[in-house]
Design a protein around this ligand. Sequence first.
Ligand code: NDP
Length: 250
Amino acid sequence: TEAGLHHVLALGLALAAVPTAAALFMTTAPYGRHLRPGWGPAIDARLGWVVMESPAVVMFLAIYAAGENAWEPAPLVLLALWQFHYVERTFVFPLRLRPAARLPVAIVAMAFGFNTLNAYLNARWISHLGDYAPGWLGSSAFVAGGLLFVTGWLINRRADRALQRLRADGGTGYRVPRGGLFERVSCPNYLGEIIEWCGWAIASWSLAGFAFALFTAANLVPRAVAHHRWYRREFPDYPAGRRALIPWLL
Ligand code: NDP
């Protein structure tokens, strides 16, 4: 049945988080400051981001709309939360990348594949396979998850904007970010992103949501550690008390 297949795919994604994290601890994904030769052809990073993130907007919407419960209130609110994040990430965030930035086609292809699978898993669950009565919007899972989602989104967006403002003078290099959560960790944007998708997992209370949250952490924990090491290497006066991702802990 489709429900069985969906379950197997979501479980597969959750289990794949472990080897993915292990691989990314050994080999940092080659984009941004970690871009290096040997990963095949690269394209304009702004185009790459739009292409690789677009399934999370377009396919998500199409799959959602085909569901039997697409016009029910709780699925509609979950749809709104998802699109609230992804429309910005797909069509606004890339505009602020540095104009000469490049992204390997291999990264674009892998992220496109991941986003397609993830769009299917989450959209199909909330609008068709899952069961959300209108009362779900008043449940403690939805309220707590929704609050966590918004908190994570605010942290993520605030941090991404602060990073991109470091180049407001037209520079293309890297600087030590300061202020707010940057005083505690090198990558508050990744921390916010992980919190956000944990919130989604709780608000939707679904295996698909938990698998995505796990996969996000599998991607971003190793990357935060790599960024943190890079900062310490590049800036000898890098603030000593700053951690990679979680204040005082990691
Ligand atoms: P980064 O923090 O590496 O970079 C974000 C932007 O800020 C880039 O434009 C980068 O430039 C610039 N920047 C970063 N640090 C500095 C600095 N010290 N000085 C000047 N400019 C800087 O984030 P990512 O590109 O890895 O990710 C972007 C967004 O996508 C984040 O919000 C992240 O959470 C999200 N994401 C989500 C994933 C998921 O699994 N859900 C996976 C990957 C990302 P440059 O590109 O030149 O380095």
